[in-house]
Design a protein around this ligand. Sequence first.
Ligand SMILES: [Zn+2]
Length: 299
Amino acid sequence: MIRFILPSLLLAAACATPAAAPTPLSATPQQLHANVAAFAQPTQDGRLAALKAQLDVAGLAYEIESFDGERAPPAAGHNVVVRLGPDEGREILLTAHYDAVVLKDGKLVDGAVDNAGSVVAMIETARRVAGRTKHPVRLILLDQEELGLIGARAWIDAHGVENIAAVINADVNGNGDTLMYGLNNGQQSLFMIGAVKAVCAERAISCLDFPQYPPSDDRAFSAAGAPTISLGHQPKVEAERLRHFLISPQGYDPAAPPPKVLTLIHTPNDTIAAVEPAALALAADTFTALVLKLDATLE
Ligand SMILES: [Zn+2]
């Protein structure tokens, strides 16, 4: 064995190229879980403060891009943006909204699965890919998604989509092992479906495509013409129930339980109790693999 290994080691030493950035140690599933818990705040400003604190700990420098929003006064929204990788070139965007729904009684939900779980998984993804991509990567934690994709539209109005190579959006993560994605983000997004399928096969993870995936900030980007995919997770049986329900609400067995996610998000049930540490780690692993695949295969 050594006879075969030695020459390759010597060859590697002789061909030494500038070292790629070392892969950072992953946050533990428990750390990711604690980060999701920290988003349970009485106000949207509290969620923003939690987000900033986590970016500081992750060593990710950010800028706040404020916009005229549509929230009850004060209306302004605040997108939080981290830029990684080279300055020039077509960008891979990582997006997730950090705002949460206000219920009729005026209370802000904890928004753990929707959508702190995605935010935390995306921050971890950004931390892991930092310095390892040939494309610029921009992590955009968006505000006011729940009010109608307001933060995403404000970002697109300010920056356009001409320089976007791909948008990976995350919404509804941290609960379950099955990756869900849609087939309905336009022709320009077909190569991203292929990349997701390849990651699913290579990593032997459970994945489920939806003919019509529920909308998130991805719709603002795909409507503007950018290649886009939106990724969520649920337990496999729940993902299959949701897919069935969305394809044919009339055909859904009235005796069967409704898809659990519909009684979870936008309700007081969407708390840290619904979030699994391992599901957060799985989401970060999958998102990281997808970013690196797209970076390697895109022009
Ligand atoms: Zn959401």
